[in-house]
Design a protein around this ligand. Structure first.
Ligand SMILES: Cc1cc2nc3c(=O)[nH]c(=O)nc-3n(C[C@H](O)[C@H](O)[C@H](O)COP(=O)(O)O)c2cc1C
Length: 185
């Protein structure tokens, strides 16, 4: 399985790391693209370097490289996860703008009818955000905002990140061993 991972500049760089880490542990081939603002949030929100994110991926592309392999529908990616997905990137995907490698690859996923998972992050949401999400959901994209769950009694931020990453990977039928699933007592 080949998965493209896009990281944008919404808050949530630690979640992006967790998703990449879990995909790496599951030995999934990953193709990573980070936006300019993703590099800023990585710096502001984590103790990792951009290089640490790159080290978890199989292949890394420049955000500006529209000639990269993943830019073409002939590249047989099975799915794309954008985590976190900013409202700006959400809007550009909805409009088919394709003006950088993240929005272009997302556009390819939609035209090829492949899985596109958007871990959209903003609060509160205005009507533009909500309309963009509904439009893309109606086109088949999966809208997976990183929302904490409390039914599994998280004790740490890492527990919350793990659960959110597990639920994103669940969308692709990938089951990470750290998943703590709901069980009635
Ligand atoms: C620390 C920080 C946190 C941000 N959080 C969000 C957010 O949660 N959601 C969002 O849509 N934009 C957020 N932004 C704004 C985006 O970074 C900005 O809209 C940027 O243009 C997104 O570009 P990109 O999608 O190409 O990464 C944040 C910016 C910074 C610096």
């Amino acid at each position: 399985m080949k998965i493209v991972v896009g990281i944008t500049g919404a808050t949530g760089a630690p979640l992006a790391y967790k998703v990449l880490e879990q995909l790496n542990e599951l030995k999934i081939e990953t193709h990573l693209i980070m936006s300019q603002w993703a590099k800023t949030t990585i710096d502001l929100e984590t103790n990792y370097k951009v290089e640490d994110f790159k080290a978890l991926a199989t292949t890394v592309y420049s955000y500006c490289d529209q000639a990269a392999a993943v830019s073409s529908g002939s590249f047989k990616a099975d799915a794309m996860i954008i985590v976190p997905c900013s409202m700006k990137t959400l809007a550009s995907i909805r409009c088919g703008l394709a003006d950088n490698l993240i929005s272009r690859t997302a556009d390819v996923m939609l035209k090829e009818r492949r899985e596109l998972i958007l871990a959209v992050r903003e609060t509160p949401l205005n009507s533009i955000h909500l309309k963009n999400m509904l439009h893309l959901s109606n086109m088949g994209a999966r809208i997976c905002p990183p929302m904490p769950a409390f039914y599994n009694n998280p004790k740490t931020i890492n527990d919350i990140l793990t659960h959110n990453a597990v639920r994103i990977l669940d969308q692709l039928h990938l089951s990470h061993p750290d998943a703590k699933r709901w069980k009635t007592k």
